[in-house]
Design a protein around this ligand. Structure first.
Ligand code: MN
Length: 249
């Protein structure tokens, strides 16, 4: 059995080793040990604001776990908002517009901040849509106009679901799978990173976030299990409303 002295020595050794190796990795990454990058302030004030989740972090248990929801909303989404605010800080005229408008016409965004708006603004818009597309105990499938469109396009909800799941599985690395509308058509597509279908002229109706931060705590490498679970928490009423709004516009 380890004596108290040995235990203290082991602890001191591990404490001495860990910071040294992480500092060296940090220095090699080019970040510089003297000036570590600060995480963005989640409360950073700016024209764009983090919308409230709209339900409790544990509302979507057991499908989406509370810890993931909290980190995803309070840290990841907050960081996109904070970084978007930093990007537009010197562009007051842009910052007056909804982020969706900026994404619809990225070529109108000054080149110096275009990538930041695409990534951080995309992250803000995509997650804002995501939270509102989810609910506890929603219907298993849509009804009404969207159900008819899914039938017309895919031959039924089951086939849509199969193809949507395949699309979500096919995203290499970080990105999203979408059900999106353009004109009178609906289609499944995927985007890398935080790219929005808005930037390709389409209206996103439903998106599944397949960044590992969206599922790794609970599902680890089992993305397919996360995708299966996602169907239990879709707010199809909201998705159907988006579809109807798109069709009227
Ligand atoms: Mn995410």
């Amino acid at each position: 059995m380890m004596t108290r002295r040995q235990a203290l020595k082991a602890l001191a050794l591990s404490a001495a080793v860990l910071p040294a190796s992480s500092a060296s990795a940090w220095a090699q990454s080019g970040a510089g040990a003297a000036a570590p990058a600060k995480p963005p302030d989640p409360a950073a004030s700016g024209p764009y604001v983090l919308p409230p989740l709209g339900y409790a972090f544990d509302a979507l248990e057991p499908h989406l776990d509370a810890q993931t929801m909290q980190i995803h909303h309070d840290k990841h989404h907050a960081a996109y908002v904070a970084n978007l605010n930093k990007a537009v800080a010197a562009h007051a005229e842009l910052a007056k517009r909804p982020v969706e408008d900026l994404l619809r016409d990225l070529s109108a965004v000054p080149e110096s901040i275009r990538t930041a708006v695409r990534n951080q603004g995309g992250g803000h818009a995509n997650h804002t849509l995501l939270w509102t597309s989810l609910r506890k105990g929603g219907a298993a499938k849509p009804g009404g106009a969207l159900a008819e469109a899914l039938d017309r396009t895919f031959g039924g909800f089951a086939t849509f679901q199969e193809k949507f799941s395949l699309a979500a599985a096919s995203v290499f690395g970080s990105g999203w799978a979408w059900l999106a509308a353009q004109g009178k058509q609906i289609a499944i597509e995927t985007t890398p990173n935080q790219d929005s279908p808005l930037s390709a002229g389409r209206t996103p109706l439903l998106g599944i976030d397949v960044w590992e931060h969206a599922y790794y705590l609970k599902y680890q490498n089992r993305r397919a299990d996360y995708v299966d679970a996602f169907y239990h928490v879709i707010n199809w009423d909201f998705v159907t409303e988006l579809y109807k709004k798109h069709m009227k516009a």
